[in-house]
Design a protein around this ligand. Structure first.
Ligand SMILES: [Zn+2]
Length: 211
């Protein structure tokens, strides 16, 4: 059986199992969506937002791209934020990066001539790596350098989102959180949240792990 056929067969099984478990499930989906969270994550196949958070259809409004970047000048990113904030009125925006991110790693390497679109897309990430050159150069293990840049990237996207007029001018403004997914144990690490008490705790943790 070819791969698309496998997916279609699996879909039939999933739809059947879901309707058996919850007979009203698809009727509720049909009525509309009311997600409370906008999730901005990496396109990486190993970080499926719903799976790693045990979410169901209808729970997360999603935007995924290479290296979970939010570009205010890009209508693709900005329209998702606009709809999430103004129409869906989400209470939370979660930027979720991950360790071992290929997009982040690419920002630390010379541009690949085969990937002009990726090169353009990750340009802000290359600039971020430059801005943190001293810290990153101090890390001799390449994978740790990539992982630290993945954390810095999440924090930078959070900063940009918190400063964005769509977020600042919303009433109430959604809280913007920065998380990173660990491929080695499947756990999410909180880098920053909109809750002051949490951030005091996670900043300490981050400082320790970065040191
Ligand atoms: Zn990635």
């Amino acid at each position: 059986m070819n791969r698309p056929k496998q997916l279609l067969v699996a879909n039939v099984a999933w739809a059947h199992e879901t309707a058996t478990r919850d007979p009203g499930f698809f009727r509720d989906l049909e009525r509309g969506q009311n997600p409370h969270v906008l999730w901005i994550g990496c396109s990486d196949s190993r970080v499926p937002a719903e799976t790693i958070t045990h979410c169901e259809p209808g729970d997360l409004f999603l935007h995924r791209n290479i290296a979970n970047l939010f570009d205010p000048a890009d209508d693709n990113s900005a329209s998702v934020l606009e709809y999430a904030v103004r129409v869906l009125k989400v209470g939370h925006v979660i930027v979720c990066g991950h360790y071992g991110c290929g997009g982040v790693r690419a920002a630390l390497l010379p541009p690949n001539p085969e990937l002009p679109h990726v090169n353009r897309r990750i340009r802000p990430l290359c600039a971020l790596a430059q801005a943190h050159h001293a810290e990153l150069a101090g890390e001799t293990v390449e994978s740790k350098r990539v992982d630290r840049l993945a954390e810095l990237n999440v924090l930078e996207q959070v900063r940009q989102l918190r400063a964005h007029p769509l977020v600042r001018e919303a009433d109430p403004a959604p809280l913007v959180h920065g998380w990173v997914f660990k491929l080695d144990d499947g756990r999410l690490k909180v880098l920053t949240s909109g809750y002051a008490a949490d951030d005091a705790m996670t900043c300490t943790t981050t400082a320790h792990s970065a040191g």
